[in-house]
Write a protein that binds this ligand. Sequence first.
Ligand SMILES: [Zn+2]
Length: 250
Amino acid sequence: MIFLLCSNLSSLYVIIIIIITTYLTAFTLGLTHSSQWSEHFPDCAGSSQSPVDVVTSLTKYDPSLTPMTPLGYSQHNHQPFTLLNSGHTVMVSLPGWMGLGGLPWLFSAVQLHLHWGSGGPSHGGSEHTIDGLSSEAELHIVHYNSELFPNVSAAMRQKNGLAVLGILIEAGDETNPGFNNIIRYLSRVRHAEQEDLIPGFDISSLLPKDLGRYYRYNGSLTTPPCYQEVIWTVFYEKVKISKAQVRQIS
Ligand SMILES: [Zn+2]
């Protein structure tokens, strides 16, 4: 099931997507095809795997959903963040006092990371697709259920343990200053396992303006170990970065 929450000044409506297409992006751990993942990680063969293709004509209204509320995203207090090249993505560690409201439990931030590809409207680098079309890239902000679990390790195998925000990124004409807080430092972590401190910045500058319209479904981590305990929120509004910025992350 996928739910879409939409809100504006006068109305609140939510749509459920009943039929979804599941596929996986193949990379990491030396396994070149997702079909191999399940040999080592049984969850990767599960029935609730992410990412998905959102078929908008099959979405349905769910009045129980509420807008997402970032908590402390802007209170970086000039503390530096750690930027890490994990070998298959670029990741920024986030402090646990950043969190996420708008879900039945309070979730604490863990990290954010980017997915990207070769570009093009149908061959982009996003993991989620909308009606079969991908975007240039996708940002994931990972949180764990800190009301029920003591840390992310304990949460990631438990029901409702994780909540991930998915932000689809497309190319535009203007430089996105929020994303430059990451992109300008990518040259420091060109190689796997490299990490460096970067200046703290307002994480909400990476989000779309409209946090009240999104697709909601229960899915999984998109790479091994593929645990199927993720509450996914993929925002309807895409974020634009400049073509030059796209080139820098591609
Ligand atoms: Zn991801």
